[in-house]
Design a protein around this ligand. Structure first.
Ligand code: ATP
Ligand code: MG
Length: 252
């Protein structure tokens, strides 16, 4: 059965697209799952850009306009992750109906996971993305504004009746002024499933147009993405002794 999971945040720029790409790469490369990722942020699409996919003749935009089948908008990334990008062209926004998303996804088959990379906040795009998913994974940073925004999102999810999986706490630097995992769990009333450290290799991988897991597989954030992937499928991932040494060497 396909699990359709939307990746949501109240505030922008907290790491949703980064989570989508690296969680998908971890599930494919370490756990042999079939994963499709979809850029549902049609008004500010980044997913294809992050993966170096600039020229895609058919995108989610054409699907949401009713001009193409979703299966024609699927591209094979070299990681084996399947990608449905949104168009970078402003012209392609005309006629897009984001409420078609849910029915379009139903036409995908043979997929274990579909990850929906959402627009931030609670606008039309984000709400349609949540409605198209069975489960919701929240992303926040350890600060008051992004956490407060998340409380509002979680309230809305209860109305939409999608299941809340929990929170990915991203860009942690363990400074004293940051909210702790326990404080965030108490405020949002959801479990923190993963804590991803702030990691210089994340923006570096973005500049290289590669998933972090390919660019620097043993970096601190990569390991947490793998652990999160394992958690999603109910498996435990033990980091071996050699990986630990390699991770130590890749720090900085
Ligand atoms: N753990 C991390 N360590 C360091 N930098 C990070 C980390 N996670 C994300 N970033 C950086 O933060 C920026 C925003 O990340 P990203 O685009 O994934 O956020 P987003 O929530 O998808 O943004 P938007 O709301 O605009 O869609 C990027 O430059 C990314 O490289
Ligand atoms: Mg994004």
């Amino acid at each position: 059965m396909t699990r359709v999971i939307s990746i949501i945040s109240g505030k922008g720029g907290v790491g949703k697209t980064t989570v989508v790409i690296n969680l998908a790469t971890a599930l494919v490369s370490k756990f042999k799952r079939n994963v499709t990722i979809i850029d549902c942020n049609v008004t500010a699409s980044h997913l294809g850009l992050y993966l170096g996919m600039y020229y895609c003749p058919v995108t989610l935009n054409q699907v949401l306009k009713g001009e193409a089948k979703i299966t024609d908008a699927v591209y094979d990334h070299y990681t084996q992750v399947k990608v449905i990008p949104s168009s970078l062209s402003l012209r392609d926004l005309t006629g897009v109906d984001i409420t078609r998303l849910k029915d379009s996804i139903a036409d995908l088959s043979g997929v274990d996971f579909v990850f929906l990379d959402s627009a931030p906040g609670l606008g039309r795009e984000a709400i349609s993305t949540i409605q198209a998913s069975d489960e919701v994974l929240f992303v926040t940073t350890p600060f008051i504004p992004s956490t407060i925004d998340l409380i509002r999102c979680n309230e809305l999810i209860k109305e939409v009746k999608a299941g809340s999986l929990g929170i990915v706490l991203n860009m942690l630097s363990k400074e004293k002024h940051e909210l702790t995992k326990g404080e965030i769990e108490k405020l949002v009333e959801l479990p923190v499933l993963a804590t991803i450290p702030i990691d210089k290799n994340v923006p570096r991988s973005l500049a290289a147009r590669e998933p972090l897991l390919i660019y620097q597989p043993n970096s601190p954030a990569s390991k947490e993405f793998i652990k999160l992937a394992a958690r999603l499928i109910g498996e435990e991932y033990k980091i071996g002794f050699l990986d630990k040494i390699k991770g130590f060497l890749s720090l900085g």
